[in-house]
Design a protein. Sequence first.
Length: 284
Amino acid sequence: MTARYVALAILNLAWIGTAMLFGMGAGAALFGHALLSALTYDLWLRSDPHGGFAAAILGVAGPIGLVLGQMIGRGSERGWARMSASDHHARVFGRPAPNPRRGAAREMARLLDGRVYFPVSERLDSLVAILRHAPVAERRRALETVVRSFEPGLSPLVAQVLNDPDQTIRALAAAASARIVHNLGEHRAALEARIARGDAAAVPALGRLLAEHGRANILLSDMQRAALREEAVLLLARGDLVGEAERLAIEMAWDGRDYDAIDRISARVPEDADAAWWRTEAAR
């Protein structure tokens, strides 16, 4: 591959020299240079896209520039551009040095491993106001609070921060969203393990967990939320919470505009249950 670049570089220099020697003018020299540079870019992108940004920029100077950019880019990729402290540490102590995180990477790591710092009480305010108007540090702490004490009803706050103009906050919101979904999976797995061991109390607990996320967690897709609610209906009915299961089924039918299903579910509800509901509401 290097031989092709060398051949193109020689051809480029020969063309420029010929154009200047025979008085063909700068336009002809520039045209040939541009054509050979385009061929070099095409060869680079098709077969050997190393060097990254350096090769792309220096390639404007022609095949020689692209080869030079590749050398610089490869050196950077392999760590030649800076001294590798971790490699030196590994040679001396037999183990790699810890890789310090900086900036957004450090904050995302803190979110993902749970080391979250809450804002002090005198600085607490409306989470919505903080996430919209506070400085970056305040918004980060508010977002950490949302993640640590997450409820499905708070998911719109995280979704709002995903469109924040600050790139660091957007990255933190993306990490928070991933952490929330991960926590849901862990909580669900723990309850399913309890159910597998014969713990009957875990059945309605899992049903309510899935129902809450299916209703309000907009960080999940509509299909995921619908699937969670369908599972929740079965689990609630299995856990002797038939009333909650029917209400959730009616909500699902209403969202899907399946009014016949609502009529079928309502027909199974005893009339005295409706009367009890009216009496309870009237007593409030």
